[in-house]
Design a protein around this ligand. Structure first.
Ligand code: ZN
Length: 262
């Protein structure tokens, strides 16, 4: 009769947070729970598992992981390698990296974030009718960085170019994106249409005169048209308020001249 030897494999993970709000595993599995402190997770496994699956079992998506280092074997481990009994792993969050040609895809819960990113001039697709498989496909096909609040979407193996958005607040969500991808110095107002994400172009006032409210026409000479949906934009009082809001968001984001303002 064949005997099956079930080996209990204890693996210890020490998960470090690069900054508050990053790499937060499921609270019930974590000790201690103080924000900003390393989280200690002990897993007892009956069979080998990939490091990706092990780390995601405590609700940390693989796209949020920067490095995994084995303190026992003194070497870095890749996420597709298998767990080793008795190993002690140091898991560090992904470090901010600069996106030179940013383009984003926001999930259905992030409509306000999508609008803010478009106002800041970033190419940002959004549609609340998308399914998770549809979003994953579109992110890959269009080479967009997927921004989502869904940890289940991020567990898909194809979700490497993605980011977990943690905050409920759209301004804080925008700050998370700008900080993660070091984009504060790439913000340009009137680059994208807030309605459809089309590119804006400056137009002569005379060419759109019939569409400008008479009171606005008296004091403003600069206008922009969306190349896709033909929406007309100008810098009215609502845009002034939006500029102030964006300045507040940017005040806590790093730039090449100001590496760490927070
Ligand atoms: Zn448009």
């Amino acid at each position: 009769m064949k005997c099956v030897n079930i080996v209990q494999m204890l693996t210890l993970m020490v998960i470090f947070q690069e900054e508050p709000g990053r790499l937060v595993p499921a609270s019930a599995l974590v000790f201690p729970r103080q924000p900003g402190k390393p989280a200690l997770v002990v897993r007892s496994l009956t069979e080998p598992s990939s490091l990706k699956d092990l780390i995601e079992s405590v609700a940390v998506p693989h796209c949020e992981v920067g490095t995994v280092y084995s303190l026992v074997y003194r070497r870095e481990r890749s996420l597709d390698t298998l767990t080793v009994p008795g190993d002690v792993l140091e898991v560090r969050g992904v470090k901010p990296r600069r996106l030179l040609s940013p383009s984003f895809l926001c999930d259905g819960h992030l409509g306000k974030l999508a609008l803010l990113l478009r106002v800041m001039g970033f190419d940002t697709a959004w549609d609340n009718s998308w399914s998770e498989p549809g979003m994953a496909r579109r992110g890959i096909n269009e080479n967009r960085t997927v921004l989502t609040r869904s940890r289940s979407l991020l567990k898909r193996a194809s979700m490497d170019n993605a980011m977990l958005i943690r905050s409920d607040d759209p301004d804080e969500q925008a700050r998370e994106v700008l900080r993660r991808f070091l984009l504060a110095d790439q913000v340009r107002m009137f680059g994208r249409c807030s309605k459809c994400n089309g590119r804006l172009r400056e137009v002569a006032k005379a060419d759109v005169a019939a569409r400008i409210p008479p009171k606005t026409a008296k004091w403003l000479d600069t206008y922009y048209l969306c190349r896709e949906c033909d929406q007309l934009f100008w810098e009215g009082t609502h845009v002034t308020a939006l500029r102030r809001r964006i300045e507040k968001i940017l005040a806590r984001c790093p730039t090449p001249d100001r590496p760490d303002p927070s």
